[in-house]
Structure formats: C-alpha cells, structure tokens
Ligand binder design. Structure first.
Ligand code: TYM
Length: 328
C-alpha cells in the first residue's frame, strides 16, 4: 500500500494557495491511500514565533484541516511536535547533509535575505527536517505545491544517499504529487509571484465576504487587451488562474472569450471572481469556526493521529538504527 504524507506550517490561516496547491490533493488521496497529514509546528520555529502564539496557531490550522474535509477516520492527522521520533531521523539525515548544498537552496537564500538578523541553523537545515518528516513514514507520494519542488528534490536526495551509504533500500524516493499531474502555483493578486503568507497577498479560507471583495477588487490589472487573441500579461493571467480554480468552467470560458474579443471589463471579472471565492470559502469558514469552538474534539483528533504516526515512525527508526549500527 502506498503511503502519502504532507504538512503545512501553522504560521497563519490557510489560504487559497494552500488549498489548491496541497489540501485539494489531500482530500482526494485520503480516500485511497494510507495518509499522514501533519501540522509543521517545529518548522515554524525558524521565524521565532511567540510561545503564546504556537498553541493558538496549531489549533487554528487543525480546525481548518477538519473544516476542509480531512477525515480523522481516514487519515492520521497529527501535530509534528507530538511525534518526537522525527528528531532522531533529522539528526541522522543531518550527518549526511552538506553545508554547500544547504546554503544553495533558494528558500534558504530567500529567508536569509528576509531575516538577516536571524539566519539560524534551523533555517539552514529546514530541508533535512522536511525530508525527515517524509522519510519517517517511508512515504511514496507527497502532495505539495510548486514552491516545494526544491525541498522535495533534496528529500529524494537524502533518501538515495542513506540507502547508498548503508547499502539498503529502506527509503523509497518520495514523489511530489499534484492532482493535475503538474505542480500547482496559485498567484497573488498583486501582479506577480505566488500567493503566500509572507508575501502579504493571501486570501484566507476564513476571510469574510467583505474582506474577500476588498482584496479582489484591489487586484492589479492593465488598460485591457489591444488585439484579439492576444497573450495575457502576468497580472491578468493571475486573475484567470484563480477564476479557473474557483469558478464553473462556463464562467471561465465566458470571460476568456470576452478577453479574446477585447470586450472584457475587468470590473465585471473581479466581481464574479470575488463572489465565486466567497461562495467557495463561506462553508469552510463556518465549519472552521465550529471546530475551533470544540477544543476537546481537536485534542482527541491530534492524540489519535499522533498515536498512529508514532507507530509508523517507530517501525522506520528501528530499521534505520539497525542499518546505521545502533541497537534497534
Ligand atoms: P507551507 O506551509 O508554506 O505551505 C503548505 C502547502 O501549501 C502549498 N502552497 C502553495 N501551493 C500553490 N500555490 C501557492 N501560492 C502556495 N502557497 C503554499 C505549499 O506548496 C505546501 O504544499 N515546507 C512546507 C511544510 C512541510 C512539509 C513537510 C510539506 C514541512 N514538512 C513534509 C510536505 C512534506 C511548507 O513550508 O509549506
């Protein structure tokens, strides 16, 4: 049976990028495979959150996981810091991870630029902790968005390196998974780049209608197409990418046709997009609020998920310790 694993950092609420890049695949995969979905709270320490904020953020994301439709009856849903076994594997992988390759990763370089006063070792070894999350369950499929490709490449690298070093085939090479076969990148509405928490351009699943309208109506556009059948500039393509994600196919075709005929009015497109995002988010927001009010239930889900994850982790570590030369 193939194993699926993925995680999201609890550094804010889930946004449309998280949903269409990752969550949508989680929902499909939980129907078919042995799945582990976790909340990457240890990863969030690289930016030094305040202690009081951690519990609240983890509960918030747990409520949103459940509100999106993750089912604790089908998948193990757990909090990373409840499964300490991952730290042992992180240590083993770090012994075979090299400074040069870690320093070269784009996310490290980007973060080092964003937080020059806090270029900590955890930031440097972020890819080995992520690899440890994945290899801990010997996962085959990892549903992630396009921005995680380099981290996934490193995870495959560390799996191969461990196997080669100890002459075993303990770790399968984890493959990135996207429903469409192609990794998803959801853009922001500020003209370029991806939607993200740190980019400050995210539309959150729990945003209310007024907030969503305001964010969409502010989206960057241009003065309109000048020749029929022209290629859309990035800012406009971004609006259409979101429209494709949340709207019905005929709505997308309608606006695409108007664009092609140079008859589009961006105001109408934005209004439609805003209403479709609102319709998509409203039920998730409602369920998330209900789950958030039931802390005892969420604690039960987390405890049950951690139990399943620790069992699977213990099996992997027993074998890893034996290969390395420790008592299993
Ligand atoms: P994080 O928390 O930044 O994002 C969680 C998931 O959402 C996807 N995503 C996007 N997809 C498409 N378009 C976007 N604009 C967009 N923004 C975010 C991400 O690709 C990701 O799938 N390092 C990970 C967390 C992690 C992890 C793991 C993931 C830790 N350990 C092990 C998989 C397996 C991260 O920071 O994701």
């Amino acid at each position: 049976m193939e194993i699926v694993l993925s995680g999201i950092r609890p550094t804010g609420n889930l946004h449309l990028g998280n949903y269409f890049g990752a969550m949508k695949s989680f929902l499909r995969l939980q129907e078919e495979f042995t799945c582990f979905f976790f909340i990457a709270d240890w990863h969030s320490l690289t930016t030094h959150p305040r202690p009081g904020d951690i519990v609240g953020s983890v509960r918030g994301i747990m409520a949103e996981y459940l509100a999106c439709g993750l089912d604790p009856g089908k998948a193990a849903i757990y909090v990373q810091s409840d499964v300490r076994e991952v730290l042992e594997l992180y240590l083993y992988l770090n012994m075979n991870a090299y400074l040069g390759e870690l320093e070269r990763t784009t996310t490290f370089k980007e973060k080092a630029r964003q937080q020059p006063d806090n270029v900590n070792a955890g930031l440097l070894t972020y890819p080995t902790l992520m690899a440890a999350d994945i290899l801990l369950h010997r996962a085959h499929k990892v549903p992630v968005g396009k921005d995680q490709e380099q981290n996934m490449e490193m995870a495959r690298h560390y799996a191969r390196r461990f196997n080669a070093m100890y002459g075993c085939d303990l770790f399968p090479e984890p493959e990135s998974f996207a429903l469409s076969g192609e990794a998803v990148k959801i853009p922001g509405l500020d003209g370029s780049g991806k939607m993200g928490k740190s980019e400050g351009n995210a539309i959150y699943l729990v945003d209310d209608a007024a907030t969503i309208r305001k964010k969409v109506m502010r989206a960057v556009t241009d003065s309109g197409p000048t020749a029929p059948g022209g290629v859309k500039p990035e800012a406009i393509q971004n609006l259409f990418t979101l429209l494709r994600a949340v709207s019905a196919p005929d709505v997308y075709a309608h606006f695409d046709g108007l664009y092609d005929r140079c008859a589009i009015r961006y105001g109408d497109l934005k209004k439609q997009l805003a209403e479709d995002i609102i319709a998509f988010c409203a039920p998730i927001r409602e369920r998330a609020l209900a789950y958030a009010a039931d802390v005892a239930y969420m604690e039960r889900v987390a405890a049950e998920g951690a139990g399943k994850a620790r069992e699977s982790a213990a099996r992997t570590l027993k074998e890893a310790r034996r290969q390395i030369g420790f008592r299993p």
